[in-house]
Write a protein that binds this ligand. Structure first.
Ligand code: TYD
Length: 142
């Protein structure tokens, strides 16, 4: 049986206007499949050994992009995991609810952009992997 990939890509509109620059466009509920309530970005990812993320969200939907440089994204649904090299500003990855994710192996020039469908809410985070596994296990057996 073939398994559905955990990686779901999002494609932004882009207008390549070199050497005068590239334009990338994300319209909510068009290119990005949800209404966007929050935008955050990460810069100065200078520690090559840094590992960010290490959590899942109960309800939040997000889309993550490397608007510059690249990083490795690990996706885990509690049963299997997939690694994705994120390195193209016009190709984001959908972070659906209940998907454990970690970001690592940042290039020196990496800038990460995240679009989220809701405001920050710490109670939506699952930060403990064993708790995540127990919830995903329960869902599968019910
Ligand atoms: P966290 O989501 O754990 O970062 P990452 O997944 O990139 O490793 O957030 C780090 C800290 O920042 C944590 O204390 C929560 C806080 N934070 C906010 O206050 N608002 C936000 O929108 C985000 C994303 C984080």
């Amino acid at each position: 049986m073939t398994q559905k990939p955990l990686k779901k890509m999002i494609k932004l509109q882009n207008i390549i206007d070199m050497p005068d620059g590239n334009l990338f466009i994300a319209e909510a509920e068009r290119h990005v499949p949800f209404p966007v309530r929050r935008v955050y970005f990460m810069t100065h990812l200078a520690n090559p050994n840094a590992i960010r993320g290490k959590h899942a969200h109960r309800r939040l939907c997000q889309a993550i992009f490397a608007v510059n440089g690249s990083f490795e994204l690990l996706l885990d649904n509690g049963v299997r995991s997939e690694k994705v090299r994120v390195d193209n500003p016009s190709r984001g990855v959908l972070l659906s609810p209940m998907l454990w994710h970690t970001m690592s192996k940042f290039s020196y020039d990496c800038v990460i952009l995240v679009l989220a469908d809701d405001y920050y809410d710490e109670s939506d985070y699952i930060r403990d992997y064993r708790t995540f596994r127990s919830i995903t296990g329960r869902k599968r057996s019910s």
